[in-house]
Design a protein around this ligand. Structure first.
Ligand code: BGC
Ligand code: NOJ
Length: 814
């Protein structure tokens, strides 16, 4: 069952039924001001940091679902009926409801009692504000006498404190109302230099800033007292719960349309210019007035929307394809790169499943997110790599997370996730392949946020590499530390009390438990580092990396192979994890994917065997499960992985992040059909047809789809912010479609399904546009290339001489 449809031409997903199985959200903003918006206008906004600078309030896990957002009420002053054009919160039976989620904007439209209302929400580029552009049209025979109310609830900035510290927070709220603009200034009297503002283009009939006055006692958002009676209370909040609501009266002749703009924003004043007049407690509004005035004008708003549209078109134009499979094409051309950028921006901080308070920017997460968007955002990629490097420890280890506002490593979660440092090598390699900007390796970055410890990025990469070598276990395999990629495989924690974290409550010294996954990752990273060293003519360093990779490969061969698949790990007592000797958790997906990706077992048939085992034991119609069989009870020596009921999350769920590793591995073996089959099983667009089972948005990947052993197999959770986006993008674009940036030029080596007759692509790489056409002339994967009409050797299109901005590539597969 579907709840809407893809409009590929306009790059939108159009939801036609408001009561989707879960709120289906979109993101506003892509620089500093961000918001989540659901298909019924639920959600919230924040500035840079979803915890520390929360602008509007949202209650997670609320009932009814998704309650609280960017609301507009329309009231018919003659009949006294009122409704929400976005369906929530009044849930009146609106007609012609449609929510268009597009790239960086959302438009929600409906008609009720002959009044059509459409609101377009977006954040203009370069601004710390969001615009709600409301268009009202009277479709009735007669005149309509309407009241419009806006409503948002301000958060008292620190979202965590806001949800807990009521003894203080019910007393601190402060606002100013001036010329119809509501200014939220809680904390401004003391240490804050920032405030929020909420403005409207029309003259007001009234306003409210105290939530409980606007709503009335014991009422919710579905029936605010002010809306019901058709008149605001002009409340000015001191303490309790500051909110913003404009009331305007609009009379519309039959057929008449009116456009109304609301602007909600964030602003900072220089500390010495906070107040006006000086010495008073009033906000100095001189700095913000020009911004507010500008965005209350329709032409400015239209121009800002066009600029946003161009921005996204430009980003996506870096790679556009034409393939016969519509699900592949719309994901590659639109939704997958879009999700990659959102995940890169927000890491795992703020979604409907991430409250914005829990996790800052993850070290391994960000490095992987970068793989999916470095071709679109190379400058931001560069900044992020250096930012991450600056949180690295002198030992080469890494802070697992950092807080976006402070950019400092997070002491609470700490360090010791032994895969972390290696991802920095992979992201830097991807950045170099894409840009050829070798200068980044010489950029200084501190260690452990400590000034004076600056070393070139290249030094950071080497320490990442050595970090693994300095921490090898009894079998010569990498020690796992607190956890590797699988945060829930906690082999050193032995947590027996519920009041501590599975990851950071360490009770063992960690000298025994080893990870075959990190071994694979190490080989991959070491080879990338060798290639980097080679390009810099550091031949000895390159040699050292290659030899270390070989030694690691030998260790995996000897101690990391279980007969039919790669072992997952050794636990703290030297016992095997992910082995046929185990009763539960006999085979894991991660080492099969990562080891083959690193080239292990390609030459001797073990890769084939491992992947056949994945196919036989882990594959379901909904994707490939993390392991099998699931853990049916809690195992002290394994940790969080066995805390989940079977089939969910890391306990044998379909953890989508890992699936592309298998797609890539299959592509490496030349299995184009299987690679694309796996791709399609978790492709959200394919799954649109079973939206009632999948339940999450059909336009973005979710972190997890419940596995075969779950009570709800096929049900997705944790949509949007997941490394699944980046890795699927890499798998489909670089491996299946085979368009791959390298130092020497663009590599074209497709491993496409046998039934595809070919495809076309346009890729912008280092300022040159490559027009690529691929034609299948035989059943295999052998590629021959013609560049600007001339046949070339090999599969890498050399960089053209300067001045040439277009290259035509014809690839034939036989
Ligand atoms: C989740 C993991 C996540 C970890 C770290 C766990 O509860 O299952 O997916 O990586 O927390 O925050
Ligand atoms: C989600 C985390 O963000 C990621 O870092 C981790 O690798 C996966 N969960 C697997 O546990």
């Amino acid at each position: 069952m579907r709840y809407g449809y893809f409009d590929d031409e306009h790059r939108e997903y159009v939801i036609t039924q408001p009561d989707t199985p879960l709120p289906w959200i979109n993101y506003l903003g892509c620089e500093a001001y961000f918001g989540l918006i659901s298909n019924t206008a639920g959600g919230y906004s924040f500035y840079r940091d979803a915890r520390l600078r929360r602008i509007t309030r949202y209650r997670y896990n609320n009932v009814p679902l998704d309650y609280g957002g960017r609301y507009i009420y329309v009231r018919d002053n003659d009949t006294e009926a009122f409704w929400s054009p976005s369906w929530q919160p009044t849930r009146c039976p609106v007609e012609d409801y449609a929510c268009h989620h597009g790239l960086g904007y959302t438009t929600i439209r409906s008609t009720y009692e002959g009044i059509e209302a459409q609101t377009r929400y977006f954040v203009p580029l370069g601004e710390d504000l969001e615009i709600w552009q409301l268009t009202l049209t009277n479709r009735r025979q007669g005149k309509a006498d309407l009241s419009i109310f806006s409503a948002i609830e301000f958060c008292l900035w620190d979202a965590e404190d806001d949800a807990a510290n009521f003894q203080r927070n019910f007393n601190t709220g402060e606002v100013e109302v001036e010329d119809g603009v509501m200014y939220h200034k809680t904390g401004y009297r003391e240490r804050r230099d920032h405030f929020a503002f909420f403005a409207c283009s029309e003259e007001l009939a009234g306003f409210d800033t105290q939530r409980d006055v606007f709503l009335g006692p014991y009422r919710g958002w579905e029936c605010p007292a002010a809306v019901e009676r058709g008149c605001s209370f002009n409340s000015v909040a001191v303490g309790w719960a500051p909110m913003g609501s404009h009331h305007l009266e609009v009379a519309l002749q039959p057929g008449e349309t009116r456009e109304i703009i609301f602007v909600l924003g964030y602003h900072e004043n220089p500390p010495d210019q906070k107040f006006d007049p000086l010495g008073s407690q009033r906000i100095n509004k001189q700095t913000v007035h020009p911004i507010i005035d500008r965005y209350l004008e329709v032409p400015e708003v239209e121009a800002a929307f066009d600029a946003l549209h161009r921005f996204w078109t430009n980003l996506l134009n870096t790679l556009q394809i034409e393939v016969q499979d519509v699900h592949t094409s719309r994901m590659v051309n639109i939704w997958n790169p879009y999700q990659c950028v959102v995940a890169f921006n927000l890491s795992r901080s703020a979604s409907l499943f991430e409250s914005g308070m829990g996790r800052g920017i993850g070290f391994r997460d960000s490095n992987q997110d970068l793989l999916g968007c470095v071709h679109m955002l190379p400058r931001r990629g560069r900044e992020r790599i250096l930012e991450l490097a600056a949180t690295q420890l002198a030992s080469g280890g890494a802070y697992h997370q950092f807080q976006p506002l402070t950019r400092r490593g997070n002491d609470k979660i700490g360090t010791g996730f032994n895969d972390d440092p290696l991802w920095l090598i992979l992201s830097t390699a991807a950045y170099l392949n894409e840009t050829g900007d070798w200068g980044i390796l010489d950029e200084p970055a501190v260690y452990e946020n400590a000034p004076g410890t600056e070393k070139p990025l290249y030094d950071h990469l080497q320490r990442s590499f050595r970090y693994t070598l300095d921490r090898l276990g009894p079998h010569g395999l990498p020690l796992i530390g607190r956890a590797d990629w699988n945060d829930c495989l906690n082999l050193n924690t032995f947590s027996a009390t519920p009041d501590e974290s599975f990851q950071s409550a360490r009770t063992k010294d960690g000298k025994v438990a080893e990870s075959v996954f990190i071994a694979g990752l190490f080989v991959l990273a070491a080879r990338e580092l060798a290639a980097i060293a080679q390009w810099r003519d550091l031949n000895e360093a390159a040699q050292e990396c290659l030899e270390a990779a070989e030694r690691m490969e030998a260790a995996v061969h000897e101690h990391g192979w279980d007969g039919e698949w790669f072992l997952r790990a050794y636990d703290d007592s030297g016992g095997k994890v992910g082995s046929r000797e185990n009763e539960e958790g006999r085979i894991f997906i991660e080492p099969q994917g990562m080891c083959v990706l690193a080239g292990l077992g390609l030459a001797d048939g073990r890769a084939e065997k491992a992947l056949a085992s994945v196919g036989g034991l882990l594959t379901t119609p909904h994707g490939i499960m993390l392991h099998h069989p699931p853990y049916t009870r809690y195992y002290l020596h394994l940790g969080e992985i066995s805390s989940y009921p079977p089939g969910y999350k890391e306990n044998a769920g379909i953890f989508c992040h890992t699936n592309p590793w298998i797609m890539i591995a299959e592509a490496m073996l030349g299995h184009g059909d299987l690679a694309h089959d796996y791709y399609s099983r978790i492709n959200p667009s394919v799954r649109e047809a079973i939206s009632d089972v999948h339940r999450c948005e059909p336009y973005v990947y979710a972190q997890m789809i419940a596995g075969r052993d779950a009570t709800t197999p096929g049900e997705a959770k944790n949509s949007w912010l997941t490394g699944t986006a980046a890795w699927n993008y890499v798998a489909i674009t670089q491996w299946i479609l085979g368009i791959w940036p390298t130092h020497a030029g663009l590599r074209i080596a497709p491993i496409i399904p046998s039934l595809w007759s070919g495809f076309k692509a346009r890729r912008v790489f280092r300022g040159v546009t490559y027009e690529i056409s691929v034609e299948r002339a035989g059943k295999g994967n052998l590629v021959s290339l013609k560049v600007d009409g001339q046949p070339i050797e090999g599969d890498v299109v050399p960089l053209p001489s300067t001045g040439q901005c277009e290259v035509v590539v014809e690839a034939t597969i036989t």
